[in-house]
Design a protein around this ligand. Structure first.
Ligand code: MRU
Length: 368
């Protein structure tokens, strides 16, 4: 998508044809900086420190990190080390495992001297697939928005609530939850987006608001606690969120707070849809609450807020008494029963095993 009129993706191969560039998302929205990744370690740090984040982008970065590793050590042992180190960077988004498995399977039978070149091509293919997939999600989501616009509010503004950043910065391009929004906006449907700030790291305030602003999509930033009130007063026509891992039965794990939005949507008859690529489906598990590992992060993300000071510095300020004990779960699970539908690149599925299996017969047939 465009940044000040210049088309960008969130990850791309540097002009040297070897290393990889990413947008440093820890600096947004206050500074637009590019970080160059040259080594396996660079890629691991970028994922772990959330320079890059969002399930699909984590997968694409891991794929490029695997390629960077093979440039230095393409032995079987080197490959395994790269796999293990990248796999350990973040636990919840299943795209990480999907991308690493695909990279490993692609190169493992090759001679070591052939592996890096093949890995380079495969990482590029993974990134390209993500863009294509999100466009597919966008097209199906657009049909949904069009039908809500036609049936319920012809000619009026459609208000969409989103949580965290499931935008183009969380993917390679387009985003998942934002792809239908960008397409509807570009098609001339009047859209307004309620952007949840998404504590503790504020991906909504810092990333989604930045993205939508740069694309010219009308939006308002709200505190996380506002969603229920907005829905009670008829101010939300549709919720669109992303997913970090979806079970084969349709439970969705996404940024902490998603579950509360789904509860409020259910109580107020607001359609609650999850936009996800099939790479986010974990076909090996069924019960999201019991089986998905939930990342716990450093307490400083809760006890501090990072922002720009009046003298232009990006700084952290404390918002709790020093030494306050903090618990910081990064994700929660929304049970399938609260989800109106799953918008995928293969169409809109009901949140259950039968419908997902129908949408993706090839994957669902795999043994768990
Ligand atoms: O901790 P993050 O910023 O990686 O969490 C991101 C999310 O929860 C997104 O909503 C999810 O990855 C879907 S992104 C297309």
């Amino acid at each position: 998508m465009n940044v000040d009129g210049v088309p960008y993706r969130s990850i791309w191969v540097n002009g040297d044809g070897i290393s990889v560039d990413v947008i440093d998302q820890t600096r947004l929205p206050h500074a637009f900086e590019i970080m160059n990744l040259k080594t396996l370690d660079d890629a691991c740090v970028a994922i772990r420190d959330m320079v890059v984040r969002g399930a699909p982008l984590i997968g694409a970065t891991a794929a490029f990190g695997f390629y960077l590793a093979l440039r230095h050590d393409a032995s079987d042992r080197g490959m395994q080390t790269a796999y293990d180190l990248l796999y350990a960077t973040r636990p919840t988004a299943v795209n990480l495992r999907w991308a690493l498995d695909r990279m490993h399977q692609t190169v493992r039978r090759l001679e070591p001297e052939e592996r890096a070149a093949r890995a380079y091509a495969e990482a590029g293919a993974i990134a390209a697939l993500d863009v294509e997939t999100n466009q597919g999600i966008g097209r199906f989501g657009l049909v949904l928005i069009e039908s809500i616009a036609m049936k319920k509010k012809p000619g009026e503004t459609i208000n969409i609530l989103t949580h965290c950043n499931a935008g183009w910065l969380a993917t390679v391009d387009w985003g998942t939850a934002t792809a239908p929004i960008y397409m509807a906006h570009d098609a001339g449907i009047p859209i307004h987006v309620w952007v949840d700030e998404t504590r503790p790291r504020n991906q909504g305030a810092s990333l989604t608001a930045w993205e939508l602003g740069h694309h010219g999509v009308p939006h308002s930033l709200v505190v996380d606690n506002a969603g229920g009130h907005l829905m009670q007063h008829g101010l939300v026509d549709l919720c669109l969120v992303g997913s970090d891992r979806t079970t084969r039965s349709g439970d969705v794990c996404n940024k902490i707070g998603t579950y509360l939005k789904a509860l409020a949507a259910n109580d107020n008859d607001v359609p609650f849809y999850v936009c996800l690529p099939s790479t986010t489906i974990d076909w090996t598990i069924s019960d999201g609450r019991a089986e998905i590992p939930i990342e716990q992060r450093d307490g400083s993300e809760v006890s501090q807020v990072i922002g720009k000071t009046s003298d232009g510095q990006i700084a952290a300020v404390a918002i709790a008494p020093d030494g306050t004990p903090v618990v910081n779960y990064a994700f929660d699970v929304t049970p399938a029963r609260l989800i109106s539908g799953l918008i995928t690149e293969s169409g809109i599925a009901d949140a259950n095993e039968r419908s997902l299996g129908h949408a993706f017969p090839k994957f669902s047939a795999r043994p768990g």
